[in-house]
Ligand binder design. Sequence first.
Ligand SMILES: [Cu+2]
Length: 138
Amino acid sequence: MAQAIAAVIIRVAVSSAGLLAMVGAVSAAIPVMSAATSRTSPACAQSPKKLFDVAIVNGRVTGVDATLRVQQGDEVELRWTSDRSLSLHLHGYDIETNVSRQLPSVMSFNARLAGRFPVSEHREGARERTILYIEVHP
Ligand SMILES: [Cu+2]
């Protein structure tokens, strides 16, 4: 009998610990989200995500201009496709991604830094090559 009660107590302790862990995880996630939101100014809060579909064919960008322009504070999403495997690097923001014929890739970031930033292709044994510029206007 005492053993049964002990087992119940342990089970309750385990489940409440699990619940606490869940609550902890949820409350830990909330400050991150609100911090990201508060970084955008009220004027930019209404501005929708800036989406760009960038197709790379034979190592060249097609479908968009060679320079993409956004406003500082914009949420930017670059959706990459390529007919061959590439390793891409957005300078300044220092975001890297791999894209291939089978696997499109997305770079998603808040344009908090103003300036002109190259996106370059990194290839082993080859010199870095800029394929696109992103201008973030203040
Ligand atoms: Cu680079």
